[in-house]
Structures are given as C-alpha cells and as structure tokens.
Design a protein around this ligand. Structure first.
Ligand code: TXA
Ligand code: MG
Length: 349
C-alpha cells in the first residue's frame, strides 16, 4: 500500500487535506494523526472491520482495546450506556485534553473496537488537527498510539513513518507532540475511580473532581502486583532493542555506578548509552549520552523520553542505563513508562 504523507499546521489547518483524511476514515481506511499526547493510528471506531485493520497494521494482539476519540460532549451519550456524575466533573475540568475515561459501552460500539470487552475507553483530544479530523470522519475515531506493537509511542511524524509507512493510507505530520506520553486512563465503571495508566493528568488532579482515586498497583510495581486492569499495560512496551537498566540512589553514587558499569561494557566491546539529565550528561563516559532536560522540568523529561528510546535503537546501542525520577505528580507517568521500557530492571545504589 502507498502511504500518503501530508504536512498540516495546527495554527492554519488545511481543510481540504482534513476532508480527504475524513473520507479515508469513513471508507474504512486508516490515517495516523497528531494529538497532544502522542500520534494516533485512526480508524472508524463504529466499523469493526476498521478496528481489525488497526490491529493488523500495529501487529497488536486483538484483545487489547482501542480508545475512541470524540470531538465534543454531544457525541458521548451515543457510545456509552450511562455517564456517571464523576465523568461530567472530570470532563468539565480536563476535556478536551489528555484524559481517557472508561465507561460501559453502548451496543453500537463493535466488540472489535473494545477488544471483546463490555466497556469502552473514550477521550476528547485538544489538538486542533485531531479534532478537525474526528469531525470530518463522522465523530468517532478509534486510535491506539501509531507505533508498531512493543515500540515506544511516536511523538514525531518521523516515528510514525518508520513504523507505519506502507501499512496505512495516510500519515498527517503535525509536528512534535506537546506532552509526549499517552493520556491518563481512569476507570469509572465500578464504585469510585481507578487510575489504570498515569499521565499528564495526575492522581492529585483527578482527586479535584473525584473524592478518592484508587491506583492500579501494577502501574509502578509491574506484574508482580497482579494482572493490570488496562489490558494493554500487560504487554511488553516501549522496550528498546538493547538492554536498559534504571539506576537509583544519590546522584554521585549513580554517576559513579553507571560509569563503572560502562567501563566493563566498553572493555567487552559493547556499545553503550545513558539516559541522563542536563545536570549530569557531561559526566558520563558512554558511546551515546542523551539528556531528557533539566531534572526539575518534568514536562521536558516526559516530552523527550520516547524519542530518546527510539534514537538508541537507531544507533544500535546494546547496553543502556537511565537515571531514576521522583514518582510523584507527572513523575509517576515518567517512571511508569521508564520501568516498562526497562522491563522493571532497577539497580539500587
Ligand atoms: O494518549 C493516548 O491515549 C493515545 C492517543 C493516540 O490518544 N492513545 C493510546 O492508545 O495510548 P493505546 O491503544 O496505545 O493505549 C490504550 C490503552 C491500552 O493500554 C488499553 O488496554 C487501554 O487503553 N484500554 C482501552 N480500552 C480499555 C477498556 N475498556 N478497559 C481498560 N483499559 C482499556
Ligand atoms: Mg500504545
């Protein structure tokens, strides 16, 4: 399949290109598009065959449900059975934006889209290109992250092209994703709210609308804590091709510990990398040292993590070490993705 690549500016949207992309989706085709979190791989959410195509293009297990993207509150009642009070409150605070909520699904939502579940994940993105595309497609766009299954989510169109060129109908290049980590997922189908995947909308922010938010234990502890409630969280994720280990401890010990491990790898002729911060990057002796940004700048760290994991793959780095981050606020999302990328390999110094 020939994949058409179009560049669209968020500040000056090419309506003709959006119409064309909308027609592709309505006809059952696939279009990758930018959102404020990461790039999505869109298909018509109410067309089971389109969802089937999404799973094949990604190489994704078909029991891993998709998020339905909508462009306005008016669309929500059509795809869910009931809207709990908490959902209205959360939507009022954080929609459009990087928050996904789980509801009981309405009958019109095909089981292909929900991976066989009776519940459905819904998000209203804030990116203007995404919103225009959803409207042009008829209102309901199923979109997982636009990466091949297992690879880091794409934050640049270049990443989508790497993974999806020749597999889908169109890729919309809308520049770098603002946030760089996937949306926060909260389950509202039981009593109270359960955080299934941390993101830019933190637990504390959710608790402004919902009294108490329980946290799925697998978020930071991994599967040792049981089976994750978001089916997708159980799969190998974001993993670079090389081996990644997170090193925790006081800064000088971390730097010393990583450098001594790097020396052993160098002597064995292995290619090495470090995921560092601006404060420390100059102090490591690796083949490739990449800084996520200033340690206190959580937004920068979140935004650059997936790009850096992909760059290590391009450079064919074999052994990587990452500094660790405080798991509070947005740091919970950063550590959740980093721990997954490292297969929960953590060294304490
Ligand atoms: O920021 C995002 O959410 C991006 C952009 C494109 O919107 N999308 C995204 O989709 O990250 P995906 O498919 O890569 O991740 C969706 C996650 C998976 O872990 C999936 O298992 C979970 O949401 N999920 C979807 N529907 C669910 C449901 N009904 N119950 C529990 N978890 C669900
Ligand atoms: Mg994904």
């Amino acid at each position: 399949m020939k994949t058409k690549i179009v560049r669209i500016e968020e500040e000056n949207i090419d309506r003709q290109a959006i119409r064309e992309a909308g027609e592709i989706l309505k006809a059952g085709g696939l279009v990758a598009f930018p959102t404020e979190t990461v790039y999505g791989l869109g298909g018509d959410a109410l067309n089971g065959a389109s969802s089937g195509k999404i799973y094949r293009a990604k190489g994704r297990p078909s029991d891993n449900p998709l998020i339905i993207h909508i462009a306005g509150m008016d669309y929500l009642p059509h795809i869910v059975k009931k809207i709990p009070e908490a959902a209205y409150k959360l939507a009022g605070l954080y929609w459009p934006g990087p928050l996904t909520m789980i509801f009981e699904k309405a009958d019109c939502v095909p089981l292909e889209t929900t991976g066989g579940l009776g519940t459905v994940a819904v998000r209203m993105p804030s990116n203007a290109i995404a919103r225009a595309l959803i409207e042009a497609a008829g209102g309901y766009v199923a979109a997982p992250s636009a990466n091949l299954s297992g690879r880091p989510s794409p934050t640049l169109a270049r990443h989508v092209i790497e993974d999806m060129d020749g597999r889908i109908d169109m890729i919309i290049d809308g520049g770098e994703a603002d946030i760089g980590l996937e949306s926060t997922i909260v389950d509202l189908t039981g009593n109270g709210a359960v955080l299934l995947r941390p993101g830019f909308i933190t637990r504390e922010m959710l608790e402004e609308a919902v009294k108490e938010v329980a946290v799925d234990q697998t978020i930071l502890e991994g599967e040792a804590a049981g089976a994750p409630k978001a089916p997708g969280m159980k799969y190998r994720h974001y993993a670079p091709r090389g081996n990644l280990v997170i090193v925790e401890g006081a800064q000088d010990k971390v730097i010393g510990g990583i450098n001594s491990r790097l020396k052993d790898h160098r002597q064995a002729g292995e290619k090495t990398g470090v995921i560092a911060t601006d404060e420390t990057a100059a102090l490591y002796r690796a083949d490739s040292v990449k800084s996520l940004g200033l340690r206190r700048d959580e937004m920068a760290i979140a935004k650059h993590l997936f790009r850096i994991l992909r760059e290590f793959d391009e450079e064919e780095v074999q052994f990587m070490y990452a500094e660790s981050f405080e798991a509070t606020g947005m740091g919970q999302a950063i550590m959740n993705r980093l721990l997954k990328a490292a297969g929960h390999q953590v060294v304490q110094l």
